[in-house]
Design a protein around this ligand. Structure first.
Ligand code: R5P
Length: 294
């Protein structure tokens, strides 16, 4: 197992569970931003753990460098565990002149020698379908987030998706915590990125609301949703997600919008990573490759 520079801690947890050897490639980043990786020769099945949160392109390229080195060393199978898969949201040209970048990412990973990818809460089925040359498996963080929520002593909770795209996710989450749920109507101005949410026609006065999303990036979606829930009289508001990118001052703005806490998985190592993915990733790897004792 190889722990890429973005996911050393997660790789170490997974390798411990699997009792697999862990190699942490030596990394040098030059002043122009180029990375150089170095590790001893490997072979057999290589599992690379590298999330591609910002700096996304750097982390993506580092994953490809590690894969290419494994391929050059003669690895028979290369599996990339990429919990946060950058560009998954760009699964189609939203505006004229754009492209479905995730399709290019799939081809680049394949060109580097990656045969299969394991990711967490892939943004869309469409994005998954664009992985034609690489097998892709998706792990849902919803059971883990729901288990965490059950320990949060919520008062008459209601689960809320900030948008229609998260309807299935929130329905699954709600079932697991034994609550009802709401799907908000969100619109985003594709040119400016500005997000607006319609106030729901539903009484949530005094109830704890748990917003569930795959990604919190600029925070725009969660902020608009939380403001709406507050207007409707929600008591406490929590934001739970698989991937807390929280760019710039997103976390502060989310707190100002009335969100009591943010809970995320450790796909991105930061202070909000309270839910550990290592068990589910290890389980999937065990099913696929068996446990190692070397
Ligand atoms: C959108 O479809 C996604 O599920 C997330 O709601 C979105 O990517 C979050 O981004 P931001 O935090 O920038 O609103």
């Amino acid at each position: 197992m190889l722990g890429g520079p973005a996911s050393v801690e997660l790789a170490s947890r997974v390798s411990k569970e699997l009792k697999a050897n862990l190699i942490i490639p030596e990394l040098r980043v030059f002043s122009d931003g180029e990375s150089k990786i170095r590790f001893p020769a490997v072979g057999g099945t290589c599992v690379i753990v590298q999330s591609t949160y910002p700096p996304t392109d750097t982390h993506l390229l580092q994953a490809m460098m590690i894969a290419k080195k494994c391929a050059d060393d003669g690895a028979v199978e290369i599996c990339a565990v990429v919990p946060y898969l950058a560009y998954a949201r760009q699964d189609r040209p939203f505006l004229d002149g754009e492209l479905a970048t995730i399709s290019l990412v799939a081809n680049l990973l394949s060109a580097a020698g990656v045969k299969s990818v394991i990711t967490v809460d892939m943004h869309s089925q469409l994005g998954m379908s664009l992985f034609s040359s690489v097998e892709i498996s998706n792990v849902s963080s919803v059971p883990l987030l729901a288990d965490h929520a059950k320990g949060m002593k919520l008062n008459d909770p209601i689960a809320v998706s900030p948008d229609a795209g998260g309807a299935q996710r929130v329905s699954d989450f709600a079932k697991r915590i034994g609550s009802d749920y709401l799907v908000l109507k969100k619109s985003r101005n594709r040119a400016t990125g500005e997000v607006t949410v319609e106030d729901p026609d539903f009484d949530i006065k005094g109830r704890d609301a748990v917003l569930v999303d795959d990604i919190i990036s600029s925070g725009g979606s969660i902020i608009a949703a939380a403001e709406s829930l507050r207007r409707k009289g929600a008591n406490r508001v929590y934001a739970m997600c698989a991937h807390a990118l929280l760019l710039g001052d997103a976390a502060e703005k989310i707190a100002k919008a009335g969100v009591n806490d943010i809970v995320a998985t450790n796909s991105i190592p930061n202070q909000y990573a309270k839910v550990d993915l290592s068990h589910v990733i290890s389980d999937l790897l065990t099913v696929r490759y068996g446990k190692r004792s070397s």
